[in-house]
Design a binder for this molecule. Structure first.
Ligand code: HEC
Length: 116
């Protein structure tokens, strides 16, 4: 998958709403990111998040979209501390969907698996 395809697929769906603040170069820094001690926590999450996956700079082979889908369907991502200030990032069960390897998987996460 190319960076453009990856961004298109995830970005057009839910990654932008739920993942981009920590996993892209498009972080919208909240006001509390400038205030210690929150600052250190937020900056740390974003640095670490970008280090594992950066949706703005996604090269094929860099990361597995399948892994991203698994994180979402198992509710491990987004990180829970994010919801306090970003309730819009909460995903419904329908949005989370089945893990991509699940026989009943459909929708965006099944497509992600086919592409990777
Ligand atoms: C509040 C910041 C934050 C948000 C929002 C967030 N992540 Fe993360 N993500 C992290 C951090 C920090 C790590 C590295 C530490 C860890 O695995 O907990 C990480 C790790 C990951 C990993 C690697 C996990 C592993 O086991 O190696 C994947 C895949 C991932 N995130 C996907 C996503 C997806 C997809 C979304 C949106 C649904 C998302 N993240 C939202 C901060 C975030």
């Amino acid at each position: 998958m190319t960076a453009g395809q990856g961004r298109g697929l995830l970005g057009g769906l839910l990654a932008k709403r739920a993942c981009f603040d920590c996993h892209s170069n498009e972080t919208v820094w909240p006001w509390y990111a400038h205030v210690a001690p929150m600052k250190w926590l937020v900056v740390h999450d974003v640095e670490e998040g970008r280090a594992v996956i950066n949706f703005s700079d996604w090269h094929s082979g860099d990361m597995s979209g399948r892994e991203a889908a698994r994180e979402i369907s198992s509710s491990r991502m987004p990180l829970p501390q994010y919801f306090m200030m970003h309730p819009e990032a909460r995903l419904t069960d329908a949005e989370k969907g089945q893990p991509p390897s699940h026989p009943g998987a459909s929708g965006w996460n099944a497509r992600l698996q086919q592409m990777l």
